[in-house]
Structure formats: C-alpha cells, structure tokens
Design a protein around this ligand. Structure first.
Ligand code: FES
Length: 290
C-alpha cells in the first residue's frame, strides 16, 4: 500500500474551478482565496474572467478592494496603474513604466459558467486544457457540468488535501477500484463492485455516476494548507466518508503525477525514494506517479 507522504505539496499542478462566473460583478475585482494566496477575480463586460494576484506591483494596494477590470485590462484603485490580461503594465500615473512592473496573473478560462484557473509550478503556463474543457472546445459540445445559481449547486469547505477529499468521495461512491484512462493518463476511471462509476479529471474535478444514471460533477480546489473548497453541480449534498479505510493506493499513486515535485511526469527519477517507488509500482502493476 502506498501511504500518503507527511510532506505533500499542498497545491497540485493543474486546472481548478475557482468561481461561478454569474456570481462575479461585472467590471470589478473581488477577493479570492485559493492556492494559499490572496488573489483577485473579476469578469469583463465581454464575459471573460481573470484571476490575478491581489497585490498591486506599484505600492501594494489591494486590487480586490476597488480594482476594476474590462476587456483590455485591470486598473488599480490607488494610483490608476493599468495592467493587461497578461499582467504587463500598460499605463503608469507618471507615464514612466518600470520594467519590473508586472502583475502576476493565473491562466483563466470560463467554461459552462465555471471559472477555471491554472495553478502552475513557478507560474508555468498550462500545456493543455483539461479533458472536459478540450472536449467542449473541440466539438462545440454542450457543457454538461454547469455550476450556476440557476442550475443549483452546493458549496462548502472541507478539511484536508485535495487528494484526501477525492479519496473520501470515491470511497463514498463505492468506486474504490480503477485505473488511469487509456485515452488520457490524466484521467482516472474508478469502478465499484456494484457497477458504480466515477471519473477524476486532473487534480481537482470528479464526475460521479448517480444511481439514476445522471452524472454529477464535483470540483475540489485547494484554499490553503488545511482546507479545500468543494462545489457540486447539483443541489444535493456531496457524499463524504471522511477518513476511510478503503484501499485506494493505486489512485493515490496516480494522483502524485500532479505534485510539483513530480511534474513534468516525463522527468527522470531524481532521488532514491522516487526510484524505489518506480520499482515498487512496476513490480505490483501499479501506475507510477512520475
Ligand atoms: S498601488 Fe497600485 S497603482 Fe499605486
């Protein structure tokens, strides 16, 4: 059995659902606490969304307290400096733009009413969209996993690492066996003895097949080192066993692919522990985490 490390990276690399776009005021930045940081999020009149660091790189004003956003960029409430959606400063009050004046922004997408932000290692950009977003973009398909005030959803805070919360939900759904998808190794396919099914897309999204055949999406997003935000796309309470004795060791090994230290997944093992893990996984048929 692969036991969770005591020193896990708190914020896995990948896309996470951080807000519902309809709940954001148009043209204004509001506070967002995810990935262990104080961020700001807003939507433009054109329907785009943007997630930024909340501290202005000029003199540190809080952009989530009066900052404005439009389709061109962000305006600081204190001295009016402007930043484009890539974070570059485009206008300074005295006209001279310092080379170092740059606002950190998180790659952001709005899909199906949900605002997604990419948490990258050292701010690295995403290599691709999550599968659920790719499918929608490729086929113009209907976005099934809506999370809007109109369709109803549950939002709550739970204690733990995203991996542990996902394990609890998988166990509650009865989907304690499984393997990575042959089509996309970033997707986990969980199954249970009674035919129950669950799919985990990336580090923060899970889709459970309910008894009535309907799919319910659950978004798990790290807030800080102790808690996660859990949002479901229905008005039902998301199941959770809490601490579980279910053996989900192969899932835990798969989830390590999203750790900072294990990304990119193609990098060679850099430590004896990683090498031993690879050997152990190869010997048991488990999928190596890196
Ligand atoms: S603190 Fe933001 S423009 Fe001065």
């Amino acid at each position: 059995m692969v036991r969770p490390s005591l020193h896990r990276p708190l914020f896995p690399v990948g896309w996470f659902a951080v807000a519902v776009v309809d709940e954001l005021p148009v043209g204004a930045l509001v506070p967002l606490a995810v990935f262990g940081q104080d961020l700001a999020v807003g939507r433009t009149p054109g329907g785009q969304a943007l997630v930024t660091h909340s501290v202005c790189p000029h003199l540190g004003a809080d952009l989530a307290a009066g900052g404005q956003i439009d389709d061109d960029g962000v305006v600081c409430p204190l001295h009016g400096w402007c930043f484009d959606h890539g974070g570059a400063c485009t206008s300074a009050a005295d006209g001279l733009i310092p080379e170092t004046a740059r606002l950190r922004v998180w790659p952001t997408k709005v899909v199906g009413g949900t605002v997604w932000a990419f948490n990258g290692r050292d701010g690295e950009p995403p290599a691709s969209l999550p599968l659920v977003l790719d499918a929608a973009a490729d086929a113009g398909a209907e976005i099934r996993y809506q999370a809007t005030p109109e369709t109803g959803y549950q939002l709550e805070t739970r204690l733990g690492h995203p991996e542990d919360v996902l394990v609890g939900i998988l166990a509650s759904a009865g989907a304690i066996d499984g393997e990575p998808s042959a089509d996309d190794p970033g997707t986990w396919l969980g199954t249970g003895p009674d035919g129950s099914q669950a799919r985990v897309h990336g580090p923060g999204m899970l889709v459970v097949r309910l008894p009535d055949g309907a799919d319910e999406a659950v978004y798990v997003t790290p807030v800080d080192g102790f808690s996660v935000m859990v949002r479901t796309t229905s008005d039902k309470q998301c199941p959770d066993l809490g601490p579980t004795r279910a053996d989900l060791s192969t899932f835990r090994a798969w989830y390590r692919r999203f750790d900072h230290s294990a990304t990119p997944v193609s990098s060679p093992a850099r430590s004896g522990r990683a090498a031993r893990h690879r050997a152990r996984a190869a010997g048991t048929g488990e999928t190596p985490a890196s």
